[in-house]
Design a protein around this ligand. Structure first.
Ligand code: AR6
Length: 175
């Protein structure tokens, strides 16, 4: 079966996939943005499980249960804070996406929902982040065929447009 990359507009916490990805920080103890929304929707049991994980390096990912979320699991990853693009940001962002697919595959999660990691509080420019997200996930899905779908949840029209353009670009590169 060929893996699919799909785009959705809206709130990732509504998705009943096998795992949704959280754009967290190194502490894994919650925050604002999508992290705050996921913790609010999952309930306090999620924070309790996160406390036992001992944080997460930038570019890595760790999995928990989804608790009150419709998604069965949450894969917590930490994207880079964007400075100027010359401090390893592209590699760290790619690593965050790749590790999420690896963790999903290792835990039997066939369908994974992603937010646009690092593009909010962490300030990663949308067009560049979208290109890295889609090329990295596309390659990781090829390496891990047990993951059959990556769904990107874009919170507003600007983010959706950037990912739409990057997806077209990716299609052109493949043909
Ligand atoms: N569903 C989907 N996307 C969302 C949602 C949602 N419910 N809420 C926000 N977004 P951000 P970061 C989008 O700031 O840049 C936290 O405090 C948002 O519009 O959530 O990786 C963490 O604890 C943006 O496009 O994550 C860290 O400290 C994207 O999700 C820090 O923010 C990511 O924005 C991480 O910053």
């Amino acid at each position: 079966m060929t893996a699919k990359i799909t785009l959705r507009k809206g709130d990732i916490t509504t998705d009943a996939v096998d795992a949704i990805v959280n754009a967290a920080n190194n502490s894994l103890l919650g925050g604002g943005g999508v992290d705050g929304a996921i913790h609010r929707a999952a309930g306090p049991e999620l924070l309790a499980e996160c406390r036992a994980l001992g944080g997460c390096e930038t570019g890595d990912a760790k999995i928990t249960k989804g608790y009150r979320l419709p998604a069965a699991h949450v894969i917590h990853t930490v994207g880079p804070i964007y400075h100027d693009g010359r401090h390893g940001e592209p590699e760290l962002l790619a690593s965050a996406y790749r590790r999420c697919i690896e963790v999903a595959a290792a835990n039997g999660c066939a369908r994974v929902g992603f937010p646009a990691i690092s593009t909010g509080v962490y300030g990663y420019p949308l067009a560049a982040a979208a290109e890295i997200a889609l090329t990295t996930v596309d390659a990781a899905l090829t390496d891990h065929p047990e993951v059959v779908e990556a769904r990107f949840w874009l919170f507003n029209g600007l983010a959706f447009g950037a990912f739409e353009r990057a997806l077209v670009q990716l299609g052109r590169q493949q043909n």
